[in-house]
Design a protein around this ligand. Structure first.
Ligand code: XMP
Length: 344
């Protein structure tokens, strides 16, 4: 019978035995998995762990500084690298989704390695890989659907060994471990976010301006999901509580936010599409934004989330009124398969 408390005790002891006094490098992404892996290692070996957090410029609004702040509060030894200039320069004019992913993956490895080389005497590379990540990469047909970007191709001369303390866990177990470690709830319940960031949510080429527009739309959407509370009872309430989501409970009903009810959500900028609109007396000819929200347990399959109409109406109004360059909002009602969660 699996328990987060015994997982933490056993894993911390195992990590101490495995790593000893060696220095360890870990790439942080801001996501749950790498953050939990970092806090576990930090508990085992303290400042012998150095974390690297690369900002490729396509994170969500204020994400780099917010997450850096969280990491510092957790006592992690983190190096934050703003490499956005390089990524934007290398992506300029590139429109093909796979090529965008390849460039981001390659640049990421380059930037990460340059930092890793500065950490002299490091013996290990730690990663927040979880069980479903490993299943998804064991693709039987060998067909690349999307080249997922991960840290790879580390400097040969460093001879790093791989350390993956979460490799047997599922996402809900990782979240329980995070709670057991006392990590803040907003870090633990964060939705998954793709390595290439908003680049796979902007159709066509990437510019700083498009990223800014999408960040603003996405921020309105995500804040709306967090603010909108739903009351659940019966089976639905039990499922939420069983997953360990801390929810206020009254008269057998639990209150959770829409954000905590779904697996993942984000806005997509359809920047290769323009449509006509009207603002005051003026004609507009601008880009639509598509909103995506799915329920899932492991991202291998996913259903579109049936968000309440009043919520969609409010968010749509707010995006169109506040985000310049967007004059239409659509809601994506496709499930995976045959669609994927991300648009690119
Ligand atoms: P798709 O779009 O393939 O996404 O249905 C499945 C899940 O994976 C995330 N995703 C990525 N995660 N690097 C990652 O670490 C990537 O390159 C990447 N691409 C997609 C996606 O957000 C969803 O949770």
């Amino acid at each position: 019978d699996w328990s987060a408390a015994s997982f933490v005790d056993t894993t911390v002891a195992e990590l101490k035995a495995q790593v000893g006094d060696d220095r360890v490098i870990l790439g942080l992404s801001g996501g749950v998995d790498s953050s939990v892996a970092a806090v576990l290692l930090n508990r085992a070996i303290g400042n012998n762990l150095t974390c690297i957090f690369v900002d490729h410029g396509m994170l969500r609004k204020n994400e780099f500084s917010d997450v850096m702040h969280d990491y510092e509060c957790l006592g992690l030894n983190v190096i934050g690298v703003d490499a956005s200039e390089k990524f934007f320069a290398d992506l300029a004019g590139v429109t093909d989704p796979e090529q965008k992913r390849k460039i981001i993956g390659r640049d990421f490895v380059e930037v990460f390695n340059a930092e890793a080389r500065k950490i002299t005497g490091a013996k290990w590379l730690a990663q927040g890989t979880i069980y479903p990540d490993r299943i998804e990469s064991l693709n039987i047909t060998g067909k690349v659907i999307k080249s997922h970007h991960n840290v790879g191709g580390l400097p040969e001369e460093m001879h790093l060994q791989l350390c993956e303390p979460l490799k047997w866990l599922f996402k809900d177990e990782v979240r329980r471990v995070g709670r057991q470690l006392g990590m803040p709830e907003h870090l633990i319940t964060r939705h998954p976010f793709p390595g290439p960031g908003l680049a796979v949510r902007i159709l066509g080429d990437i510019t700083r301006e498009k990223v800014r527009v999408l960040q603003d739309a996405d921020d309105i959407y995500i804040r709306g999901l967090r603010d909108y509370k739903v009351r659940l009872s019966g089976e639905e309430a039990r499922r939420v509580l069983a997953a360990g989501v801390p929810a206020a409970m009254t008269d057998g009903e639990v209150e959770v936010s829409l954000y905590d009810q779904i697996w993942q959500a984000g806005a997509v900028l359809l920047s290769t599409v323009r449509s006509v609109g009207v603002m005051g007396d003026e004609r507009t000819y601008e880009n639509p934004v598509a909103l995506r929200a799915v329920t899932s347990t492991d991202a291998m399959t996913a259903d579109w989330a049936h968000l309440p109409y009043d919520f969609l109406a409010k968010v749509s109004n707010e995006i169109i009124n506040k985000v310049r360059g967007v004059n239409r909002v659509c809601y994506d009602i496709s499930s995976k398969p045959p669609s994927t969660i991300e648009w690119e």
